[in-house]
Each structure stands twice: as C-alpha cells, then as structure tokens.
Write a protein that binds this ligand. Structure first.
Ligand code: ZN
Ligand code: MN
Length: 144
C-alpha cells in the first residue's frame, strides 16, 4: 500500500493546492477503497455527506489529484475512467461480467519492453497489460 492520506495532503499542499473538506473526503475515500471507483461511484458514496457537491466537482478534483501525482487514472476508451490511489507497480484483472477490477502483483514485464524496443526502435516509456475474464464471484453466481 502507498502513502497515507496525511502524506498525500502534504504533497498536495507543496504543489500549492488548497485543501478543502470535499477534497479531503474524495482523497481519503479513494485511498481506502480497493474498488477502483468511477467519479460517479465516488459521488454516490459522498453526496449524503456533501449534498452541494456535484459529479463535475468530483471529476475536477480527481483531475487535480492525477496531475499532482497522487492517484492514477485508468482509462478504458469510454468516459468511465476509474481511479486508483495505489501507485505501486501492479497489474489489474478485469471482470467482463460485473466490471470489477482486482489488483495483482507480478514482476514488471521489462523483458517485453526491451523486446519491443529492440524490434521497433522505440524508446519505450511504459506499457499497459490487463487480464480479462470472469471474476470468482460471477463464476460462483453463474454456477448456481
Ligand atoms: Zn464479476
Ligand atoms: Mn489497482
């Protein structure tokens, strides 16, 4: 697991971003969540405590956190980005049935990057690798 909410707040302060109760709530929600939520899911969880907060506010703050390097955005080619406060190197397994995203550890595929660089002449900056399938919960549910 990565930094604590307090460490993240210090980092944010150093970039000149003012901390507000809403920002604190969004950031701590994300840092305690293992589900890689969308802006909409965060909105649904926090709106009872912050009735004046809109999805747009949440989204703008998430953008801010991404730019400050506090969280990662996971894009899937549509408008439903998911957000991950775990900045450690890890891969994701994604359920094609329910959409759940599960972390898994595996040594970074640096040999693949090296092979790609050798074959294409690219100066490789990174890669993206995801596992798709049906999660354990969905498999159980379908077998009943
Ligand atoms: Zn599933
Ligand atoms: Mn993750």
């Amino acid at each position: 697991m990565g930094a604590t909410v307090e460490q993240a707040l210090e980092q944010l302060k150093s970039t000149g971003v003012r901390m507000t109760p809403q920002r604190y709530a969004i950031l701590s929600y994300l840092m305690h969540s293992m589900t890689h939520p969308t802006a909409d899911e965060i909105y649904k969880s926090l709106s009872p405590s912050f009735p004046s907060m809109s999805v747009a506010t949440i989204y703008n703050n998430l953008r801010l956190f991404v730019e400050a390097g506090l969280i990662r955005e996971l894009t899937y080619g549509d408008d439903s980005s998911r957000f991950d406060a775990d900045l450690s190197e890890h891969y994701h397994a994604i359920c094609r049935s329910c959409g759940t995203i599960v972390d898994f550890d595996y040594p970074p595929l640096t040999d693949v990057e090296a092979a790609a660089s050798k074959e294409t002449g690219f100066k490789v900056e990174g890669h993206r690798m995801e596992i798709y399938g049906i999660c354990a919960d969905c498999t159980t549910r379908h077998n009943h």
